[in-house]
Design a protein around this ligand. Structure first.
Ligand code: HEC
Length: 97
């Protein structure tokens, strides 16, 4: 039997590309799943780091849970927070009010 080396190379290369592609896909899916909820401890730190830059720190007890959602989304734009930081801060504020 004659083995066509070019064909073997092409098939190998194609599999490699698919495997690499799949592993990237896997990683991004895993990361998204891992971090969708807010985290209290991370939120407390992000709150201290970000929410005192422009005004005095606002007491978590100042607002209700639903009000913190709208306010933090409003402040997210001002503070340039990521989605994850915003969810973490909301979790912190809602747990502490
Ligand atoms: C880049 C500056 C800046 C940062 C950072 C910032 N704020 Fe504000 N914040 C403002 C301004 C300006 C106002 C006055 C209302 C307005 O014009 O949006 C305000 C108002 C508020 C108010 C009053 C309610 C309201 O919507 O007017 C609360 C509560 C508040 N901020 C909480 C926070 C929290 C929590 C964070 C952290 C996630 C934060 N802020 C980060 C600028 C900032």
């Amino acid at each position: 039997m004659k083995i066509n080396l070019f064909k073997v190379y092409k098939t190998g290369l194609a599999s490699l590309i698919v495997i690499i592609g799949l592993s990237f896909l896997n990683v991004s899916v895993a990361e998204e799943k891992k971090d969708t909820k807010g985290d209290f401890a991370r939120g407390a730190k992000a709150w201290v780091d970000n929410c005192v830059r422009c005004h005095n720190v606002r007491d978590p007890k100042e607002l209700r849970d639903d009000q913190w959602i709208t306010t933090t989304f409003h402040m997210r734009i001002r503070a340039g927070l990521t989605g994850q930081q915003t969810r973490d801060i909301i979790k912190f504020l809602q747990t502490s009010n």
